[in-house]
Design a protein. Structure first.
Length: 568
């Protein structure tokens, strides 16, 4: 009887393994490989033969060519401006002894809770044609050009201060690893403060700076929100052009070739980064490191200039956030005219959001999509991570590499691949049409979250103590019981943290959402972008401010949940 039960258990385990293998094979082919291959086929194969018609149409389109030039111009420019500002911020927060740094850091950290289309909308509210600062300047200087904040300069300004969060996160951790003894030795030999930074501190940060630089370049290439909102007609980049061309069936091939160019650039840069990291030789000159201490700038003029620059950057970072919070408590008159008066403060905007379902509806839709995708992705990657932990063979390697495919491709290419592949009945989905349905955006959210989530959960799995599993096995516990009652509780904090981060990141997404959302179900990112249009109503602008404040609160809670609780 015992061997029969054992045989049944083995048979059920094999059946479950087979079903899991079939599911992942279907999922990888249907959503990670086939749509992208089909995009290439649709673009370059016409009537069964190779065709470069799409390339010719791209070359002959001045708008498309200009968008390519603008994207690379923006990417190169951002590499310089973001690195300058970002490295300066990290030095101010972690290296120099700056007065009031705790308050300054609050301003520098705002991009962690305030980013994407929400941030761009906030900058337009401040600097745009009808913005608060623009109205203030127009009142002081008659004849002031109210349309000054548009084009290349406006996009570069917004994105420079939007993506320094990468420096704040990654470079701040790296600078804490600098050996203080080396700095002390350099000072004892008469080296100046800035010589030490250039020859001692920055070389240690070189690997992180290089990685962040590649990331900045990729963000610049795939910029969407900033060019759309403040770029104007004179400065549009690849993704806004892809969006424009994708709306018409006759020009979708141009959109496809643009997304392919963006994908090729992304893959080349990632391979270049990997090669440079493999060939790099970054070592510490000290075997016994001491904790870095903040340095006071000895030169009084240099000290004054650094303080002035630090406080000026604080104003640039904090002013949009402060004004959005203040104006969210004002009536439509104040918002329309960008003026403040005590008798115009009100709670009506917040009451409208939480009492009128039509106002809360975009939030509800975004919460549903973000929560569902975050949960599904965690379930998938938990299973994948468990498989990778228990088995090491060519099939598990292929599984892992396949799950990383979305990291190699821009979200635009993924979106177009899904649109062009599933706009008609397809046998991979039981002859169902996915394009235009409510499920399309959920599938895309799941796809783009896979690589990051897998990397995080895989790392959590490989830190588990194997003796726990061995002990459970010796006591007769099944694999499922061991996972559910012993392993999962150990990695649950990391799992929940990743789930919260994914939820937070997708809540106000615009760049991917704009291609795939169902028109009758507008998520939050789409509504916020619509509120920045010149024809948007004052009520829509008021709700945008409230949406932004609530998003900042949610993001702050999410960051506390992930980092604050962990530090305690």
């Amino acid at each position: 009887m015992q061997w029969i039960n054992k045989w049944r258990g083995t048979a059920s385990t094999k059946l479950a393994g087979l079903l899991i293998a079939l599911f992942f094979a279907w999922f990888i082919v249907a959503f990670l490989i086939y749509p992208n291959v089909n995009l290439l086929k649709t673009t370059f194969i016409i009537d069964g033969s190779l065709s470069l018609e799409a390339v010719n149409k791209l070359v002959s389109s001045s708008r498309a060519v200009q968008s390519l030039i603008n994207s690379f111009l923006l990417a190169v420019s951002l590499v310089m401006t973001v690195n300058i500002v970002g490295i300066f911020l990290v030095l101010v927060m972690n290296y120099f002894d700056i007065k009031g740094i705790r308050v300054l850091s609050l301003g520098y950290y705002t991009t962690l809770i305030y980013s994407g289309v929400v941030l761009v909308a906030g900058y337009k509210f401040l600097y745009g044609e009808q913005g608060f600062l623009t109205n203030l300047l127009a009142g002081i200087f008659p004849g002031f050009d109210t349309g000054w904040f548009t084009g290349y300069g406006a996009v570069l300004f917004v994105m420079t201060f939007a993506i320094t969060s990468n420096h704040v996160i990654f470079l701040s951790n790296a600078i804490k690893k600098v050996d203080y003894q080396t700095i002390e030795a350099a000072k004892s030999m008469g080296a100046s403060d800035f010589y030490i930074i250039r020859r001692v501190v920055l070389p240690v940060l070189k690997p992180t700076i290089f990685a962040v630089t590649i990331l900045i370049f990729l963000i610049g290439l795939s910029a969407t929100s900033a060019p759309l909102i403040v770029g104007g007609q004179d400065f549009q980049t690849i993704n806004p052009m892809i969006l424009t061309f994708a709306k018409s069936v006759t020009s979708r091939d141009i959109a496809a070739i643009l997304s392919i160019v963006l994908g090729i650039a992304t893959m080349v840069l990632l391979m270049f980064m990997q090669r440079m990291e493999n060939n790099g030789n970054f070592i510490s000159v000290s075997k016994v490191k001491s904790t870095i201490k903040k340095q006071k700038i000895e030169n009084k003029w240099a000290n004054a200039l650094v303080h002035i620059a630090a406080y000026l950057l604080f104003v640039i970072y904090a002013l949009p956030v402060v004004l959005i919070i203040i104006f969210s408590f004002t009536d439509t008159f104040s918002i329309e005219n960008a003026t403040l008066a005590l008798d115009h403060f009100t709670l009506d905007n917040y009451l409208l959001l939480f009492t009128d379902f039509s106002a809360f509806r975009p939030y509800f839709i975004s919460i549903a999509y973000s929560a569902a995708s975050a949960f599904i992705v965690v379930m998938i990657t938990l299973l994948v991570s468990r498989i990778l932990q228990r088995h090491k063979n060519i099939y598990t390697q292929l599984l892992e590499y396949s799950m990383m495919i979305p990291w190699l491709l821009p979200s635009t290419l993924i979106a177009l691949g899904l649109i062009l592949t599933y706009d008609k009945p397809n046998s991979l989905l039981g002859n169902q049409v996915l394009t235009g349905s409510v499920w399309m955006l959920l599938v895309a959210y799941i796809i783009v979250q896979l690589p990051f989530t897998l990397r995080m959960l895989k790392a959590a799995f490989f830190t588990l103590d194997h003796s726990l599993e061995e002990a459970a096995k010796n006591l007769g516990a099944s694999s499922m019981y061991t996972f559910r009652r012993i392993l999962l509780p150990v990695i649950l904090p990391s799992t929940l943290a990743v789930m919260v981060l994914n939820f937070n990141n997708m809540l106000a997404d615009y760049d991917l959402t704009v291609f795939l959302f169902q028109p009758l179900l507008e998520p939050l990112g789409i509504v916020i972008k619509s509120s920045t249009d010149p024809q948007a109503s004052t009520d829509a602008k008021a709700l945008m401010l409230v949406y932004s404040v609530v998003l900042m609160v949610i993001s702050s809670v999410a960051l506390y949940f992930v980092y604050g609780r962990k530090s305690k």
